[in-house]
Design a binder for this molecule. Structure first.
Ligand code: ZN
Length: 264
């Protein structure tokens, strides 16, 4: 992977502003394309030594807990591509990174640093809901369509330009930790998280608990600095929870501490 081109593309990503709304967006990528791109990204990540991925055979307890949480969200009845996407969750070992990210097709990654930092399941469920929303709303495909245009994507899909697919996957793998989504997409994912969690046992404003605990922790992590202001996000999530009139009480204690302790 060419680091210079990654940096250039990251810069392009950050300057990119989208006005697309989900309801008038016609995705050029099919569901199968999203899955193929996500698989490619997941392979790039698996082969990139800067990502230390926890093996589910070695940490069955941690994965059982996390998969139960994700399945609760997927079973909310609000996830459009619940049955089509792979919904594969992977834990990244890095206690210093408070992050999670999603690749197309339902490949979700969450860092040990985030799991250990948060104090309850509801905050993590809020983040998982947010990441599931990025995949389910097909934000990466929408970005690519805007960024590269339909003709380039077409040439990739018909196999004329196979190297380019690899390059795009590499770009996504290289920038996911920086989460280069537009403000609109971040807001969409925050609000969708409320809709998902409203249909689960988790507090529907779990994403808000996440932002508040970051602020209590004394500052916004770097990955959020290019995002909409956390204060605005808390306000938007609160307004959405009011509008949905959903339950914001914390879920019953469900072994979150044991989950944290099961991590290396
Ligand atoms: Zn996001």
């Amino acid at each position: 992977m060419n680091k210079v081109s990654l940096i250039v593309m990251l810069a392009l990503d950050l300057s990119f502003e989208s006005c697309d709304k989900n309801d008038n967006f016609t995705p050029f990528f099919s569901v199968e394309d999203d899955k193929a791109l996500g698989l490619q990204v997941s392979q790039e990540i698996a082969n990139d030594p800067s990502f230390i991925l926890l093996n589910d055979a070695e940490y069955p307890e941690a994965y059982a807990y996390l998969n139960t949480m994700v399945n609760n969200i997927l079973n909310s009845g609000e996830v459009a591509y619940k049955d089509e996407f792979v919904w594969n969750v992977t834990i990244v070992q890095d206690d210093n990174t408070l992050n999670a990210f999603a690749a197309p097709g339902g490949y979700i990654y969450v860092y040990t640093g985030l799991i250990k930092y948060l104090e309850n399941a509801d905050a993590l469920a809020g983040v998982m809901g947010h990441e599931i929303a990025h995949a389910d709303l097909r934000h990466t495909s929408r970005n690519l369509q805007k960024q590269y245009g339909v003709s380039l994507l077409l040439s990739i899909l018909i196999g004329d330009n196979a190297g380019q697919l690899e390059q795009i996957a590499g770009q996504i793998a290289g920038t996911v930790a920086g989460l280069a989504f537009s403000r609109e997409f971040e807001t969409e994912a925050d609000l969708k998280s409320v809709e998902y969690l409203a249909q689960t046992e988790y507090a529907c404003d779990g994403a808000k608990i996440f932002f508040e605990s970051l602020e209590e922790g004394g500052g916004t992590p770097e990955f959020l600095s290019t995002h909409p202001n956390p204060d605005n996000r808390v306000e938007n999530i609160t307004a959405k929870a009011d509008e949905e009139d959903c339950d914001t009480t914390l879920s019953p204690e469900s072994g979150y501490e044991a989950f944290q302790s099961s991590l290396p």
